[in-house]
Design a protein around this ligand. Sequence first.
Ligand SMILES: C[S@@+](CC[C@H](N)C(=O)[O-])C[C@H]1O[C@@H](n2cnc3c(N)ncnc32)[C@H](O)[C@@H]1O
Length: 176
Amino acid sequence: MHSMVEISHEFLKPVLHPQAICVDGTFGTGKDSVFFLNQKVKKVIAFEIQKEAIDACTITDPRFILNPAGHENMDEYIQEEIDAIIFNFGYCPGLDPSISTKWQTSCTAVKKGLSLLKQKGRMALVLYPHEQGRIEAEKIESMLSELDVYKYSILKMNLLNQDKSPYIIGIEKREK
Ligand SMILES: C[S@@+](CC[C@H](N)C(=O)[O-])C[C@H]1O[C@@H](n2cnc3c(N)ncnc32)[C@H](O)[C@@H]1O
């Protein structure tokens, strides 16, 4: 079976096209940004706060912009409506494990991302409900469960037979 990250990419694929504007909210080692670029989209805007990750970035594609900034401030960097956005929460294996996403800024970023999405645009969240990420996953879910069903369709996909496995939330904006 595909990994949760691969499944999150499959969820986003239907909204990717040559004019699509995409956002990678948690750049890390850049796998999600590379996925978007490989789908021949128009532009990929990424965010990352970890210097080591920013310095290690080797993507030179002119369609790509890496903002050394927190995703919670994305509205200061993005002027256009967006087609697709991904967040892969938690810390990045291979980088500094002490630099992890935090529920407060993650919730702000998800809200801002939703308001920047076009009608029919999609957001994918990959969450890790282990010790460190449990509260973050709970807070994000609780915020999303309050959203108007006529504005957003929200699905959750997890492994039923594995405790605390990573899981995905996929959101489609139904109306502006
Ligand atoms: C699970 S990793 C992302 C994995 C990444 N998508 C990849 O393909 O390697 C989470 C990343 O979010 C970054 N991060 C933490 N807080 C952030 C914030 N407020 N804004 C942007 N990035 C943040 C961390 O530095 C870390 O690299």
